[in-house]
Design a protein around this ligand. Structure first.
Ligand SMILES: [Zn+2]
Length: 332
């Protein structure tokens, strides 16, 4: 019988569920909106329902389920802590216990960036390499790291939180986590409108464009700002250049820390602005890097990397996740 794995990508906006074969290819998939509130088991119940109703015919052939989730995680219990800026009435949602019970299959949980780097390491542009970094530029920013063939996990499963790397020590713009000068506060897709307003008030001395006025009134979206950059709006050109420098500094920090052979980028902000971001990285990363430059490239999997990476965690369970799975099983 053909063997499949279920890959579940739990993002800030969508939950993507896919059936993946042993070669890392998606056979079938479904996308459902991420609920904006609920109780501890809402997310798990949506995953179970989505899998049963849309992918039910594959379930008898599924060997294991991999999850790549937004964080922060508490990997000892297999729960996800809810960021304080989300309006959930509960402080965490449970994944391991309800999914293990509801699906009756082995469950492997990791952070989304951690899952994506594992997917790239097994099936993508990290294949055949031992030192791989994946950077997701999305609503938030995360980085997954494989060093010497070993997936970095950390004490609670949050070794990937390089989205909170400090890239502007002079900034008084507060990040959702409470810190200052963080990459995610400046360049996270969900934060760019606020970051633009901060930049306009605190740093911008140029010509006021129509877009700058929209930013001032809180009406400019993240796509508005990237589009403004592309057509040469003076405010957007200066602000997005600042965002690109911040992203380059974050990528350089991870290159300096882990000496990767390849850095692979993905996530909605990257995928919608590939040329702008690659040009920015080519221009600015070198100025911040100490180590020999790695290859910097975009994911070949587009949006699907989340599903492929999550399935990859279940398909070949990283050694560094195994003690956490034992602990999740005990804490059920
Ligand atoms: Zn932060």
């Amino acid at each position: 019988m053909t063997q499949y794995y279920l890959g579940v990508d739990v993002g800030a906006s969508f939950i993507r569920i896919g059936v993946v074969n042993v070669n890392g290819e998606i056979i079938d998939k479904v996308k459902v909106p991420m609920p904006q509130e609920g109780d501890e088991d809402t997310v798990a119940n949506i995953i179970i329902k989505g899998a049963r109703e849309n992918l039910g015919k594959y379930l008898p052939s599924i060997s294991a389920v991999g999850i790549g989730s937004i964080g922060p995680l508490d990997l000892k219990t297999g729960n996800v802590l809810i960021a304080p800026n989300l309006r959930w009435r509960v402080k965490r949602f449970r994944l391991y216990a309800p999914l293990r019970r509801g699906l009756g299959l082995p469950i492997v949980i990791g952070n989304d960036a951690m899952a994506s780097v594992w997917g790239e390491y097994l099936f993508g542009q990290g294949a055949g390499r031992n030192n791989v970094v994946y950077v997701t530029l999305s609503t938030g920013i995360g980085m997954g790291v494989v060093v010497d063939g070993h997936l970095l996990v950390g004490k609670d499963g949050n070794a990937h939180e390089m989205g909170h790397a400090v890239v502007d020590i002079e900034s008084d713009l507060q990040c959702g986590c409470g810190g200052y000068g963080h990459l995610e506060a400046i360049a996270g897709g969900g934060n760019i409108p606020k970051s633009a307003r901060w930049y306009l008030e605190k740093r911008y001395r140029g010509q006021m464009s129509e877009l700058a006025l929209m930013v001032k009134e809180g009406k400019a979206t993240t796509p508005d700002l990237f589009n403004g950059f592309k057509r040469g709006d003076p405010f957007a050109v200066e602000f997005i250049d600042y965002v690109l420098k911040a992203i380059a500094a974050g990528v350089a920090n991870v290159i300096n820390a882990y000496d990767p052979e390849v850095v692979i980028l993905g996530g909605s902000i990257f995928l919608n602005n590939v040329d702008v971001i690659m040009n920015g990285l080519n221009k600015y990363v070198k100025r911040y890097v100490a180590n020999r430059m790695p290859e910097i490239t975009g994911t070949r999997f587009g949006d699907d990397i989340g599903i492929i990476g999550a399935a990859a965690l279940a398909l070949r369970v990283p050694e560094s996740l195994k003690p956490f799975i034992e602990s999740q099983e005990k804490s059920q």
